[in-house]
Ligand binder design. Sequence first.
Ligand code: CA
Length: 716
Amino acid sequence: MFRVFGLAFLFLLTISSCGKSIDSQNRKSAYFDGAAEVNSRRLTSRNLDGGNWMSHGRTYSEQRYSPLSQISVETISNLGLVWSFDLDTKRGIESTSLVIDGVMYMTSAWSIVYALDAKTGELLWKYDPNISKDKQRHACCDVVNRGVAAWQGKIFLGTLDGRLEALDALTGEVEWSVATVDPELPYTITGAPRVINGLVMIGNGGAEFGVRGFIAAYDYETGDEVWKFYTVPGNPENGFENEAMRMASSTWTGKHWEIGGGGGTVWDSMAYDSELDLMYIGVGNGTPWNQSIRSPGGGDNLFLSSIVALRPNTGEYVWHYQTTPGETWDYTATQHIILADLMLEGELRKILMQAPKNGFFYVLDRATGELLSANNYIDVNWATHVDLDTGRPVEIEGARYPEKPAMIFPSYLGGHNWHPMSFSPDTGLTYIPVLDFPAVYAQPENYSYRSAGANLGTDGIIGSLPDAQSERDALRAMMRGRLLAWNPSTNSEAWRVEYTGPWNGGTLSTGGGLVFQGTADSEFVAYKADSGDRLWSFPTQTGVVAAPISYSIDGEQYISVNVGWGGAYALVFGEYVRAESMPNVSRVLTFKLDSAGQLPPVEWEQKVYFNPPKLKADPETIRRGYGQYMDNCNGCHGLNAVSGLLVADLRASGYLHDAESWNSVVVDGALSSKGMASFSELLSREESNDIRAYVIQQAWRGKKVQEERNLSSGGK
Ligand code: CA
């Protein structure tokens, strides 16, 4: 493939050296030095070439705004599919593609990278880092990857098992590979690296299990680590890495380093201002979620749930703003950070904006970290408002579930999760994929840290679904999602589009006056950016969670989106996902004007074939199994054993039929190579048997509900 591609370069070189179009000269100069020739000059130029998408959020400001305007409010009705590329997976697709000088670089599930001809969809190369399938037990939120970075002819990939790798952009061959984390610990990487001044920046995830969060920078040529910034302090007896850690340490109580390390992972967002020479990172939740366990005497627990500004060349701390002091609800501030210059009260301000999980939209001065405004973008009931004088939320009594369980808006999946928002400098609006549903939090009956397992520190049974189907159906009405256009200048809503449910895709805004978004219910939609009027749609045959991009080649504008249902909501909320039968059909879909491509029909069946054995266990055993299920299994196999279709529905499993074969999988790891790791460090055979009893009970329950539904729909 490399050779064929190389010949194409020579051909381009030949035409452009004859003095043909400017377009081919541009291609030539880029190809002359090799593919993916990204550098500081190209990424920070004021007149940044709108035809490319060279960094995760297109530019360092992460606005996800394409200035291209050929596809516009006037022409959108002629937009159609020009090519599609089938991905070899049935797991979630969260990646934003890069397009650099005619080549698309995108990632699939399991950290697999594809290079495609962006004009035709032809495969140029594929790189598979061969992640061990049982690593998924440490992936809280599906085996996803959100994309690669490019710099000076190299493509940089963070792998699920914690490697950072540099690939030759022409061939996909590995140039270097470094372990960024201790492979014994439950770290994962799902985020896209960014490159600033030749340093490749990458963080990691794992705070649901127990890790100490950090971000590190690596030399793009060698992979050598240049700096590392921890987001939470370690044990003070070991000394502090820097003054920022000394300051942070005074905001913690207890011994969090003995129960997982405190969390605070930097698993997604970064942005960079080259004039201020500041990079911004979003920091995640604590381990465990429950602060009364993590830091029993309270405290803000810096830098959890914070935006932190760092010097990109050294990793030196400059300022921070904490969105949720002492967080206890999994309220990460890892959500997308956008930089813009806005007129505020008659003054042009360099601002930073974020809509983190906690439900408030923040506008900060990005030079100093000063809070300029904060307003809730969904209904929240953990705080009344953010006090602009102190910069702190004013909490509502009981929201920390000290004694009684509390139903809190928003849930642990947030009012906004990783799905990128976008900002249009034309409309001055930000387009947020909003989630709107609650979660019930409660103190656990007893808690002890488990080095091999999830550590949320909340009561799993109380946090699960009600048993009565009528109550589950009623809860469905509370599971909402929308596209929200938000004005950061006034910190208020401009318009909204309600969807059938949560977990819709990231957004793109364009110079054509458009906003594009894929949806959970399998559509790719274009809206008028100033009004929210729906102008165009395409059936994607699968739920869409990733964000679209736009680029141009040979004078033609393209819109491309990676589709394939998945991620945390798809895994955990099987009860609602299954009822709405979202298939996973993972593909790259690319559109241009005057094209009318069709996708082949998809066959999909969402029915569960229940065939459970007799239920012999007593209620106490089943209750114990329920608790163990919620502590160990629900993150992948779904709340109350209802799978969201991405992984096996245990209620229909043949392994249910005898305890020996069940334990051969759960305890002995018989299906480890297929992704079901051994849980021998966490579960005894007896505890595994208890889980089996619970799943058998839930299988009978599911069978009964299915039969009742068949009857009420006339036996169809
Ligand atoms: Ca989390």
